[in-house]
Design a protein around this ligand. Structure first.
Ligand code: HEC
Length: 292
């Protein structure tokens, strides 16, 4: 009888003990979630907001709410709660596709990547701590000075395109007049415009290669970018071919050399238009930039 009683007693204590013990923790606790949300917000602020902040009239990639954790977490295209592997945003960050290796801001450090991963795994909480913890004075991986100079020079690419485009298009116009009037002066003018246009296209193309244009592999913008880059470079080479042709062509209307040059120039003008159209799309963040 006594043994049964003791056993019962033991059973009661065990159960009481079990229920008193804290429930096994399911993922990070509330404080940990607050901390994670605060930490990732700081990372996004430092490394993404320049291009995806709500303050921008035209955020990059048509994504302008990187500091709105709630809205981001609710968009399954960016974040699948609890699953970093399926969260596009984390994948982009992990593979240094965002901010892009040659952006003005350095890519995320391994620690920062880990934080973003933990945050997604914790269900991408958006509630922030009352007071954001003070910024640690940790020195960041600096973007090299040369890289920044290159990025800055690249900004002049859109500006510089106006010279070769304007000159070569004017050459087409002048060539039409030359054909109409059959006058040497006009043919010489075409030669001048074509040579100058071709020469100015070289630095323009070079600046294009310096531009820092972050792209997400496989996106529409990435495709436009590649086409623009390759075709743009080809057009520059083609302009040099035109310049050579016009220099060796006699100023004689109707000669074979002149006709050959004229054909090359027209083709060049067409290609320039295509490259310009694609460049405009890049500027606007996608096709449809001529929508009425
Ligand atoms: C220097 C500018 C720049 C910075 C900084 C930058 N991005 Fe981007 N981001 C872009 C551009 C441009 C695109 C569009 C690329 C494309 O479509 O190919 C883009 C696209 C994206 C997309 C995909 C949007 C969509 O709907 O397809 C996500 C997500 C993204 N960025 C997240 C981030 C995050 C997170 C950071 C910070 C860690 C960041 N970006 C930093 C320029 C930037």
């Amino acid at each position: 009888m006594m043994r049964v009683f003791l056993l019962l007693l033991a059973a009661v204590f065990t159960m009481a003990g079990a229920s008193a013990a804290p429930a096994p923790a399911k993922g990070p606790g509330k404080d940990e979630k607050l901390r994670l949300a605060g930490d990732v917000l700081k990372i996004f602020e430092a490394k993404c907001a320049d291009c995806h902040g709500a303050h921008l009239p035209k955020p990059k990639g048509k994504f302008g709410y990187v500091l709105d954790l709630k809205r981001m977490a609710e968009n399954p295209e960016y974040i699948v709660r609890g699953e970093p592997g399926k969260s596009e945003l984390f994948q982009l960050v992990k593979n240094n596709e965002m901010p892009g290796e040659d952006a003005d801001v350095p890519p995320l450090t391994p620690d920062e990547k880990k934080l973003v991963e933990d945050w997604v795994r914790a269900g991408a909480p958006h509630e922030l701590p009352a007071a954001l913890p003070p910024q640690e004075g940790k020195p960041e991986a600096k973007v090299s000075f040369l890289r920044r100079v290159a990025n800055w020079l690249g900004k002049f690419h859109p500006l510089s395109t106006h010279f070769p485009v304007g000159l070569l298009m004017t050459a087409v116009f002048a060539e039409a007049i030359a054909w109409w009037l059959k006058r040497d002066e006009w043919m010489l003018l075409v030669r001048f415009l074509t040579v100058l246009g071709a020469l100015s296209s070289v630095p323009t193309a070079a600046l294009g290669w310096l531009t820092n244009f972050p792209i997400v592999s496989g996106s529409e913008l990435a495709m436009i970018y590649r086409f623009h880059q390759i075709l743009g470079t080809a057009v520059s080479v083609w302009a040099l071919v035109c310049a050579t042709l016009v220099c060796i062509a006699e100023c004689e209307e109707g000669s074979l050399a002149r006709r050959r040059f004229r054909g090359a120039l027209l083709l060049g003008a067409f290609l320039i238009s295509v490259v310009g159209f694609l460049g405009g799309a890049l500027n606007a963040g996608g096709l449809g930039h001529y929508k009425f």
